[in-house]
Design a protein around this ligand. Sequence first.
Ligand SMILES: [Zn+2]
Length: 137
Amino acid sequence: MTKDKASELGTEILSYCGRCKIPLNHLIHSVTKTGKPDRCECQTCGALHKYRNPDKPVKPRGKAGPKKEKVSIETLWKEAVAAAGENATPYAMSGNFAEGELMDHSTFGKGVVQTLINHTKIKVIFQDAEKILVQNR
Ligand SMILES: [Zn+2]
């Protein structure tokens, strides 16, 4: 038998207790219109308070910072290019690149060396992707 997930008055639910500072069993005293627990009573300290999802840590008061958007590779690339300066070295497999160096690749365009993987491999960020290129060949 499948039980409706809607919370019922008087049933026990795990809620974060602001007084006990830990998730504890609470008795549901009221539910919201959407069937979610609203007020509940801590079975440990007896406090009556709003239900708090125990899985979500309580956020500190005040405004939450702006939502972190996923930084696109293009944004990273732009920043890297801006930081790398003006002079792009034309890419060649025989080249020897340094971290942070700006390069000009015949296919991918401008790129900035992100990591020196080893003597012959470098990771370079281009406008739409990071690529592993060879050097010192
Ligand atoms: Zn409590």
